[in-house]
Design a protein around this ligand. Structure first.
Ligand SMILES: NC(=O)c1ccc[n+]([C@@H]2O[C@H](COP(=O)([O-])OP(=O)(O)OC[C@H]3O[C@@H](n4cnc5c(N)ncnc54)[C@H](OP(=O)(O)O)[C@@H]3O)[C@@H](O)[C@H]2O)c1
Length: 309
């Protein structure tokens, strides 16, 4: 049997991972990387035949899973996943796709479907896994965020919105489950050479010759950027998945970081730049607009317990 050459590490118990979207890209690279650390995986895909590449591996169970399925189906899938190896220690909400196009031209159902997969898919599957992790008082949940969840571009609104939404929801979830013993991270992923911008995966409306003429240039620019980016992204998915496994099981991470893990973790040097630029731009904005913003307070404002720092 083909398997990772590594035996389960003596230093820690083998973990069980549940990963969505293992047919291609990050998911496809992640499963062998997890197995190579001696862990076990329930690898899932919309079409289980897309997981044939795993059939000679040990310690992996294959499961059909579309993250947009109704709750009762997700519950059945999670039950099957738990039974496969007796539990789930790490959930990776990886499944997702990119819908491109301008706000005015995208059909409501297209945008809705983007959210069904990228946002509600992760939200709903996580909700179904949570009772299991809560009963154990332990678990790790990783979400695939994006630099698009930090920085919006014209004709990228639907995808960006789904990732911005994930940022907000995951930030709250992390605070709800921390005391239970469940660790949550959103990985702010830069541009990586997966299949995400492949012609077969392209969804949306970027044809500059169709639709509203005022948006033609914006759509062309986005289509051109996709064309030159695909295959030339700076990030190597085979390296990213190693970092993802590191985060899942806290290996190869400096002690000072392990004791103080952040919610958001950038993956890719471009992710560091995008996050840094956003923070710096926001600080500059606040310096310039603080007086304007503060002019709306009551003169006799009193300190109330705040949700916010
Ligand atoms: N690559 C990047 O540059 C980048 C950057 C930022 C964030 N990300 C995020 O990384 C994650 C993985 O993307 P990728 O880059 O690896 O792209 P990919 O190669 O296109 O893989 C996407 C995976 O998601 C699956 N998927 C889509 N809809 C699904 C559904 N309804 N149910 C279950 N699985 C579904 C796809 O399955 P099918 O084969 O059935 O379509 C495929 O396995 C996504 O969340 C993406 O937003 C990627």
């Amino acid at each position: 049997m083909q398997n990772s050459n590594h035996k389960p590490q003596d230093a820690r118990q083998s973990k069980v991972w549940l990963v969505t979207g293992c047919s291609s890209g990050f998911g496809r690279s992640l499963v062998p990387a997890i197995l190579a650390r001696g862990d076990r995986v329930v690898a899932t895909a919309r079409r289980v035949s897309d997981l044939d590449y795993l059939q000679h591996f040990e310690n992996v169970k294959l499961l059909q899973l579309d993250v947009t399925s109704p709750d009762h189906v997700l519950s059945e899938k999670v039950e099957a996943a738990i039974s496969a190896f007796g539990g789930i220690d790490v959930l990776v909400n990886n499944a997702g796709y990119v819908l491109s196009g301008v706000w005015e031209e995208l059909r409501p159902e297209d945008t809705k479907w983007q959210f069904e997969t990228n946002f509600f898919g992760a939200l709903n599957l996580t909700r179904v896994v949570l009772p299991h992790m809560r009963s154990k008082g332990a678990g790790v949940i990783l979400f695939m965020g994006s630099i698009s969840g930090w920085h919006g571009v014209a004709a990228g609104g639907a995808y960006s919105a789904s990732k911005f939404a994930l940022e907000g929801a995951v930030e709250c979830l992390a605070k709800e489950v921390k005391a239970i013993g469940i660790r949550v991270h959103i990985l702010v992923i830069g541009q990586f050479r997966t299949n995400i911008l492949d012609a077969k995966n392209k969804k949306g409306k970027l044809d500059a010759d169709e639709g509203i003429v005022e948006y033609a240039a914006i759509k062309k620019q986005m289509a051109d950027i996709h064309a030159v980016t695909q295959g030339a992204q700076p990030g190597d998915p085979s390296l990213a998945v190693e970092r993802i496994v590191d985060l899942g099981v806290l290996e190869n991470i400096a002690h000072e970081h392990v004791d103080n893990l952040p919610l958001r973790i950038p993956i890719g040097s471009d992710a560091v730049s995008v996050m840094r630029n956003k923070c710096q731009d926001t600080l500059t904005l606040l310096d310039k607009w603080a007086d304007f913003a503060s002019s709306t307070d009551y003169p006799d404002k009193i300190a109330v317990p705040g949700y916010y720092r």
